[in-house]
Design a protein around this ligand. Structure first.
Ligand code: NAP
Length: 251
C-alpha cells in the first residue's frame, strides 16, 4: 500500500516508540492521527512535529481499555482526517505481576490495553477498509509473544494473544486487508530503568545496542507498504532473541 495520501492511526503515538512510528508514516506521506490516553501535552507536541513533516495530523484522547472508546476513536478520526487506511496498535501496559496471586487487577488491565484495545479498534476500522478495498494493520509485540518472561505473566500471555490476533486477523480480513506484527527488542529506554538494567538489556542483544525508535518506524512502514506480506511477524530486536546462545560454544 502506497502511504502517500493515506490516513494512518497510531495508538500510543504521543511519545516514545509510537511517536517514532507516527513520524515514519508522516515522512512516507501519510496523514497521521495519534491516539493518546494520559499524555495530552506530549501528543500536542507530536502533532506539531507531524505537521512539520507535511502531514495533516491530529491527536485524539481515548482510553483503549474501554471497548466503546475504540469505536468512538475510529469515528472521530474518520470525521477529522478520513477513514483509517493504516492502523498501528502500539499502546501497551507493561507491569510486573505475581503468579499465583489474589490480585488479578494487572492481568485484566493488561489484557484490556494489549489485547482488547487492538481487537476493538481493528473491529472498528476493518469494515470501512473492506468496503473501500484495502487497508493494513500492524500490531506491536515483543519477544514475550513466544518466550514466557518471568514475573510478567499478564504481559507475556497478552502479547502472545496479540500475535495470535494478528494472524487471525490476517486470515479473516484477507485478501483485502493485510495484518502483521513487529516484535521489538530493547528500543527506547524507559525513564524508570536504572543504568544497570539498561546495560543488561543492551548486552542481551547481539548488536550490543538499543535499536532506537527510527528502526521501529522503518519496520512498521515496510509492513504497511509490503503488498505480499500478511500474517507475518518481523523481529526488530538487535538479535536479542539469540543473545542467550552467543557464548554457549566458545570453549
Ligand atoms: N520501549 C521499548 O524498548 C520496547 C521494547 C519492546 C516492545 N515495545 C513495545 O512498543 C510499544 C510502545 O512501547 P513504549 O515503550 O513506547 O510504550 P510506553 O512508554 O510503555 O507507553 C505506553 C503507551 O501506551 C499508551 N496507553 C497505555 N494505556 C492506554 C490506554 N488505556 N488507552 C490508550 N493508550 C494507552 C500510553 O499512552 P499515554 O502515555 O497517552 O497514556 C503510552 O503511549 C509497546 O507495544 C511495547 O510493548 C517497546
Amino acid at each position: 500500500m502506497e502511504l502517500a495520501g493515506r490516513v494512518a492511526l497510531v495508538t500510543g503515538g504521543a511519545h516514545r516508540v509510537g511517536r517514532a512510528i507516527a513520524l515514519a508514516l508522516a515522512e512516507a506521506g501519510a496523514d497521521v492521527a495519534i491516539a493518546y490516553h494520559r499524555s495530552g501535552a506530549e501528543a500536542a507536541g507530536t502533532v506539531e512535529e507531524l505537521k512539520r513533516c507535511g502531514a495533516d495530523s491530529d491527536a485524539f484522547r481515548a482510553d483503549l481499555a474501554v471497548p466503546a472508546e475504540a469505536a468512538r476513536l475510529a469515528e472521530a478520526v474518520a470525521n477529522r482526517l478520513g477513514p483509517v487506511d493504516a492502523l498501528v496498535n502500539s499502546a501497551s501496559w507493561f507491569a510486573r505481576d505475581e503468579f499465583p496471586s489474589d490480585d488479578t487487577g494487572t492481568w485484566y488491565r493488561t489484557f484490556d490495553v494489549v489485547v482488547h484495545g487492538p481487537f476493538h479498534l481493528s473491529n472498528a476500522v476493518a469494515p470501512s477498509m473492506l468496503d473501500r478495498g484495502g487497508g493494513a494493520i500492524v500490531n506491536i509485540v515483543d519477544l514475550s509473544a513466544w518466550q514466557p518472561w518471568p514475573g510478567r505473566a499478564a504481559h507475556s500471555v497478552a502479547k502472545a494473544a496479540l500475535l495470535a490476533l494478528t494472524r487471525q486477523s490476517a486470515v479473516e480480513l484477507a485478501p483485502t486487508v493485510r495484518c502483521n506484527a513487529v516484535a521489538l527488542g530493547p528500543t527506547i529506554q524507559p525513564a524508570k530503568f536504572g543504568p544497570d538494567q539498561i546495560e543488561r538489556l543492551r548486552r542481551r542483544t547481539l548488536l550490543g545496542r538499543w535499536s532506537g525508535g527510527e528502526e521501529a518506524g522503518r519496520a512498521v512502514r515496510y509492513l504497511l507498504e509490503a503488498g505480499a506480506v500478511t500474517g507475518e511477524c518481523l523481529t526488530v530486536d538487535g538479535g536479542e532473541q539469540y543473545g542467550h546462545v552467543r557464548d554457549r560454544f566458545t570453549d
